[in-house]
Write a new protein. Sequence first.
Length: 278
Amino acid sequence: MPAQPRLLYVTDLAYPARGRRYCDEDIHLASRLREQFDIALCHPLDAAALMDSFDAVVVRNSGPVLHYQDRYDAFRDRALARGTRVYNELTGRADMAGKQYLTDLTAAGHPVIPTVERAEDLSRLPETDEYAVKPKLGADSIGLRFLPYEALASALGEAAPGTLLVQPRIRFRYEVSFYFVDAEFQYALYAPRPEERWVLEPYRPTAEDLRFAQRFIDWNTIRHGIQRVDACRTPAGELLLVELEDLNPYLSLDLLPEPARESFVTDFAAALHRLLAA
């Protein structure tokens, strides 16, 4: 019997995510992928030391890398230098590289929550009661603050240049997430109650919704990887990008009907075989 490909599956099973259980999702996925691959699970801090013994590295629910930025950078540098196959591939232009893309997409006229990073650009933001100030390298709402307009210039001035982003606090009808494997749409989920971000339900996207999500997937140009496009629906009915998660997006697989979950696992496994053949 021919040997199965060897995968190093990177996850932090103990990460205390709010409203989500990372460990359940990765235990399920790893158990299913084991049917086609030889898999070893490891903590993200151990990935760089172990990866040379495997055919590919799969980065899944590894938690915010800002908690171990130096170690993640070392893993990334080593993988790129050795040509290691990594899923998601390390070419992402969105959350994988920080939040700068939100400023860039705003400047380019894409439908995103308006985002600036300089005090002289604050006047470009729409007027609202509060504004979100967040670290450019943030994740999981770490470091997020809501401030009135008159406090924004001071907050930016107290931080190192280029480290913070400012956005208007959008009043929206609901948030919706679109999930993709290798640029192919898989399913969508939404949070019908804005105050309960992770209480999600299946969502049937329109053709226009899918065009919205696909434009950001196409912009990012990742060939091998899982991506999640997070958006909000404004009171006027417009979708605006909240986040393009291209590093380790949580998938909420436990909320899917069984046929949809099985379809995702099948497509995920096929995507990993494509990576190994590339």
